[in-house]
Design a protein around this ligand. Sequence first.
Ligand SMILES: Cc1ncc(COP(=O)(O)O)c(C=O)c1O
Length: 393
Amino acid sequence: MTGRNETSATLRARAEVDLDALRGNVRTLRARAGGAALMAVVKSDAYGHGMLPVARAAREAGATWLGTATPHEALALRAAGVPGRIMCWLWTPGDPWREGVEADLDMSVSALWALREVTAAARAAGRPARIHLKADTGLGRNGCQPADWPELVAAALAAEAAGEATVTGLWSHFACADEPGHPSIAAQLDLFHEMVTHAEKEGVRPEVRHIANSAAALTVPASHFDLVRAGIATYGISPSPEIGTSRDLGLRPVMTLAASVALVKRVPGGHGVGYGHQYRTPHATTLGLIPLGYADGVPRHASGRGPVLVDGVRRRVAGRVAMDQFVVDLAGDTPEEGARAVLFGPGDHGEPTAQDWAEAADTIAYEIVTRIGSRVPRVHLNEREARDGQASE
Ligand SMILES: Cc1ncc(COP(=O)(O)O)c(C=O)c1O
């Protein structure tokens, strides 16, 4: 194992992050993207996988762009010495635009207020800001409405003429790309074409036009344009079961969440287990205590349902998930304390997957991996020594 050393914290529980699997996923996505470049989306601490090691590994495998939500995440990448193109898209008035300009970030602009702030920052920094104009083609979240687009485009062109901005990108985001054939996909693509065409006719010369997330990168080739932004697929997880399993898509889940069994004991039949006694042993049995709880991101909503591989055997959470721990019924087996319990992983040794936990908790696998708490150490496997962040393949 490379990366961090085993400590008593990692003995309790750990999220193992296989950077070779991540590199393989990046290569697969690059191949699927055809001629388009790949942005690895590393927001929210790389969906819980650890932003810096993931960013470096993604670059090693040829992700030429990195994407974050907040400017603070992007600036943290720069502060750690990560070079190359980094885009961030979730800006709030008063955010660090000047630091963004000085750090050479590509910054999303959805509205005139943002253009005003970024151009003021560019004047203060004494150089143009790199901006991507975001079109709301139907998601109804961030982005500029079609009716307001001509005004935003005109203002951006004026900022270019004044030497305060360079429009490096035109972009948008899908609402339902994870539902193959959903009519909004074609409608958003049509509108994106229209809005890009308008901007280009007016004189915008974007370096990259982009709209595809993982689902679109995998299933809608017409959405690839110059760049695809892949988050969840980079981590080896399918955007939705409708699109296929990780294996169907040639992806390998990157994170394995494991813990050491903290206690094994015999109990009589009829014994209540955990808060509220939601589980009662049907007969004399053995119980195993797993030292992970909802503070660590194990969803309480999966109480009584979440699957776990304990010492090689599939079990289920018995009773409620508590803040720091939960219990499994070991059906008379007596694994040693310290035996390995795997909540999820790639699935090739009988362990559940993050998708299994998503189903048990009635949510999506994105939420399962992203919410693993900060108390769980990330142990990065197969980290390379070279730390220059440059693509090496
Ligand atoms: C603007 C934007 N682009 C791309 C992504 C990546 O999406 P996915 O993880 O589905 O690939 C996200 C994540 O939600 C996003 O907010």
